[in-house]
Design a protein around this ligand. Structure first.
Ligand SMILES: Nc1nc2c(c(=O)[nH]1)N[C@H]1C(S)=C(S)[C@@H](COP(=O)(O)OP(=O)(O)OC[C@H]3O[C@@H](n4cnc5c(=O)[nH]c(N)nc54)[C@H](O)[C@@H]3O)O[C@H]1N2
Ligand SMILES: Nc1nc2c(c(=O)[nH]1)N[C@H]1C(S)=C(S)[C@@H](COP(=O)(O)OP(=O)(O)OC[C@H]3O[C@@H](n4cnc5c(=O)[nH]c(N)nc54)[C@H](O)[C@@H]3O)O[C@H]1N2
Ligand code: SF4
Ligand SMILES: [Mo]
Length: 766
């Protein structure tokens, strides 16, 4: 093979405008339009008959789990359909009738494909056959599975140390696949297992583990029916967890109230027309939010401190505001917290969060009287330098109110990918767990490595420094999802081999190492047969319930392999029979994987038996108020600092968010219906007063710049849209704006990139 020729790859793809038109932001979510749009997407990708047949099995007991988000299914799913508009889009994207075959790759070089937009790339169809990109080529060519596995084994063997390998996971993999993958990576000899959750809820995991002793939430779905107050912070459920709106609706019907804390007035939080009810289709729908606190970006700590201070003042008068019995029995650090709050003036806190005194008073009044409180949150809290502090302040509030370990109350970090929580539970992590290592050693007869591995941001750095040379991804789209797109691209391009186990074509197949492999795999919705017998797998939802999922569609191609088979194939080629783990039998028999998983991972006892039925909840110490593993055996109050930002003159704070028509880097369409934007993604939302001050017209073309540590980064060509957003704040979509996020600026402790608070300046495009 000749020496590597540098390919001419367009890392960012097309930046052409697509023909915007604007409407008023929608006054409600879902309703008839939601049903219509869901079906349009489904029919276009799958045809009418297949759409109805497949949707009828999604989120049903005998069917498959929605490939969209991790929101749980009700105990008794409605036979009429238990999915939302965006679940239908996620399914349509996976179950599309379009195919990418070897002829497609012979026609289009990676150089040409890389100039397309992510939307165009994603719409090409399902990957059907393993492909290789040789160092001297710009065209992918077919390769057999066995040759692909040998190529991987050879590259892995050539590394100077196992720590030169990076093994990424995205949260779509089943528990079985993820467990086997983690086992292979450890057997290979490294803990370099960066995961999409490093860019996602890692801040929640860190904050909750330190304060409550478990990195997961404590509520169950039916707690929403019993809650007196649900606070939805830094989350846009109408788009990203649409069926959560039904849970909020039930809370309201039972007399509960909803507080939304968000710089934007998201449609899904204003009013919900439940498509499963007649009144939701023909009526005006149900109002959801009682109080909207339009906090400035990244000022949630200030807001929560202000609320705690006001509640503390009221408590000195009535003593019924805080749950003193709960505080005395279950917590540590109460006095220190009260003292610490004295450091902050109410005036400063009020000014920082930018909310009116009246709204704060309303909120404090409501919270003072109630003690069944749920706090839900997502990326609006986790993706900041102080992401961990944001969540610790939420825990403070719940502890003060005794809102844990009782029905209708608790923590609810709302997870992203459908099995991201399960993947972590079964051992995908870069941290070392001595208990897990011991259990693996006992069950499998080898000693896993005890050195901490690299998370996402540190894996990028290692590849850039050529300290890591082989990158393998079980799902996902690393180059577009990670921060600092150009830096991340350069890091991947320095690798000797990049491998993507994928269902659909994406940019990470085009921005590659010297050699690259595409290994096509089965999706959720597809049947997984071996020796004439259909296999199923298990997943864990956002509330810690494990249940099974069984596909119903014939596979997109007869060459696809399941994820456990692909992992097993890599392991067999690498170890060549010289390893105590029976990789071959495990990758064929998921029952066997589950047996071993149950032996090794706490809480999964009887996994095989339990996953036959309705599923089961994993143990959760917060539900039983057992804090014995924490200092003093108590839940911990935290004293956190306020965030500091170096704002230049004319600087703005930018949050990078999802449109209504995308799943992370998968672009379903070009609309963001609820925010009134149609047929365009290159937009930046700005307060009309800021536009006036800066002399920007509606749809002015501008460039965004960030400048960290003296390095300027630029995102070119965005259209300014006047929007109801606090002054000084901006919003734009990811992945287009990931070029602006410096890879080496991330949350303290959790290392989550600062994708929701990027300091930028903005200039008219020359
Ligand atoms: N359809 C669809 N569903 C999805 C996804 C998808 O892309 N599409 N992605 C999945 C994944 S992986 C994830 S992690 C989740 C993400 O779900 P979300 O976290 O809801 O997604 P984002 O669009 O990032 O929205 C963040 C929200 O936080 C607000 N926000 C931003 N900064 C701040 C802040 O400083 N303070 C406060 N209080 N609010 C702030 C924004 O205005 C926005 O409403 O969704 C999952 N579900
Ligand atoms: N600026 C900015 N950046 C962000 C975020 C943000 O809010 N702002 N959000 C972050 C968050 S929360 C997350 S979770 C990450 C997401 O990061 P990733 O998880 O890496 O990205 P996805 O776009 O979800 O991955 C999509 C790809 O997964 C593959 N895929 C889909 N289903 C399957 C399957 O069943 N098996 C396999 N093997 N592959 C499959 C398809 O090929 C598809 O192209 O992005 C992060 N990046
Ligand atoms: S709420 Fe999430 S899991 Fe449920 S159907 Fe919608 S996208 Fe799928
Ligand atoms: Mo996520």
């Amino acid at each position: 093979m000749s020496a590597h020729k540098k390919r001419n790859i367009s890392v960012l793809g097309s930046t052409e405008f697509t023909g915007i038109h604007l409407n008023k932001p929608a006054p409600y979510a879902a309703g008839l339009t939601g049903i219509k749009v869901a079906l349009q997407h489904a029919f276009k990708e799958m045809g009418v008959v297949k759409s109805f047949r497949t949707l009828a099995h999604m989120n049903q007991k005998e069917g498959f789990d929605c490939p969209g988000c991790a929101w749980p299914d009700p105990e008794k799913p409605s036979k009429l359909g238990e999915y939302c508009e965006n679940g239908a889009k996620a399914l349509a994207e996976e179950a599309t009738n379009k195919r990418i075959d070897a002829a497609f790759f012979a026609q289009y070089s990676v150089e040409e494909l890389s100039t397309w937009s992510d939307y165009e790339i994603g719409k090409c169809g399902r990957l059907t056959t393993p492909m290789v990109l040789h160092p001297d080529s710009i065209y992918y060519q077919p390769i057999s599975w066995e040759e692909a596995f040998s190529l991987i084994a050879k590259e892995l063997q050539q590394l100077n140390s196992p720590d030169e390998g990076i093994f990424y996971t995205s949260g779509r993999s089943s528990n079985e696949a993820a467990f086997l993958y983690g086992l292979f990576v450890r057997a290979f000899g490294t803990n370099n297992m960066p995961d999409c959750s490093n860019m996602c809820h890692e801040s929640s995991g860190v904050a909750l583990s330190e304060t409550l002793g478990i990195g997961k939430g404590s509520v169950k779905l039916d707690d929403f029916e019993k809650a007196e107050v649900v606070i939805v912070m830094g989350q846009n459920p109408g788009t990203n967890h649409p069926r959560m709106l039904s849970a909020l609706q039930k809370c309201k019907e039972n007399g509960g109230q909803v507080i939304a804390i968000n710089p934007l007035e998201e449609a899904g939080l204003i009013r919900f027309k439940n498509p499963q009810e007649i009144k939701g289709v023909i009526g005006g729908g149900a109002p959801l939010t009682d109080i909207h606190l339009q906090v400035k970006i990244n000022q949630d700590v200030a807001l929560l401190k202000l609320i705690q201070k006001r509640l503390a003042t009221l408590d000195t008068v009535s003593e019924k505001v805080f749950d003193h019995n709960f505080i005395a029995t279950h917590t540590q650090g109460y006095e220190a917290l009260l003292k610490d709050l004295d450091r902050f003036s109410e005036e400063e806190l009020l000014e920082r969060c930018g909310i009116s005194k009246e709204k704060i008073a309303l909120t404090v009044d409501l919270l003072a009287k109630k003690n069944k409180i749920i706090i839900c949150w997502a990326m609006g809290l986790t993706q900041h330098k102080n992401g961990v502090a944001n969540i610790k302040e939420c825990v403070n509030l719940l502890l003060l109110k005794g809102s844990l370990g009782k029905e209708g109350a608790g923590t609810c970090p709302v997870r992203g990918h459908s099995n991201v929580q399960g993947d972590r539970s079964v051992g995908i992590m870069h941290q070392v767990s001595p208990t897990l290592n011991k259990a693996i050693e006992n069950s499998f007869g080898f000693t896993p490595p005890s050195k901490e591995g690299l998370d996402t941001v540190h894996a990028i750095k290692a590849m850039h420094n050529e300290k890591a040379k082989v990158f393998i991804a079980l799902g996902g789209n690393f180059v577009s999802a990670a921060s600092d797109t150009l830096f991340t691209a350069a890091a991947l391009q320095k690798c000797s081999l990049t491998v993507q186990v994928s269902t659909k074509l994406n940019r990470s197949h085009l921005v590659t190492g010297k050699t690259a492999l595409i290994l096509p795999t089965l999706g959720r919705s597809e049947q997984d047969y071996t020796n004439g017998k259909q296999r199923f797998f298990t997943v864990e939802n956002s509330m810690g319930k494990v249940h099974r999922s069984k596909g119903i569609l014939p596979p997109a191609s007869d060459q696809l392999r399941s994820e456990p088979e692909i992992v097993g194939g890599m392991a067999q080629a690498y170890f060549k029979g010289k390893h105590p783990v029976a990789w071959g039998s495990l990758s064929k028999d998921y029952h066997l994987i589950r047996e071993k998983l149950a032996e090794v991972i706490t809480g999964f006892k009887n996994l095989n038996k339990a996953s036959e039925g309705a599923g089961f909840y994993l143990p959760n110490n917060v539900r039983s108020l057992d804090f014995s593993k924490l200092p003093g055996g108590k839940a911990q109050f935290s004293c956190c600092e306020l965030p500091e930002h170096q704002m230049p003159k004319d600087g703005f704070m930018l949050m990078t968010v999802r449109s209504h028509d995308q799943f992370n880097t998968t672009i379903y369409g070009l609309d963001d219906r609820y925010r009134g934007v149609h047929n365009e993604r290159r937009v930046v939302f700005m307060n009309p007063s800021d536009m006036e001050a800066r002399g920007f017209q509606k749809l002015e073309v501008v460039d965004l710049y960030s400048n960290y540590d003296g390095q300027e980064r630029k995102a070119s060509k965005f259209l300014v849209i006047p929007y109801n957003i606090p002054r000084g704040d901006l919003a734009a979509y990811f992945p287009e704006t990931n070029v602006l996020v410096p890879y080496n600026h991330f949350a303290d402790k959790s290392h989550t990139p600062i994708s929701k608070s990027i300091v930028v300046t903005i200039q008219k495009t020359e």
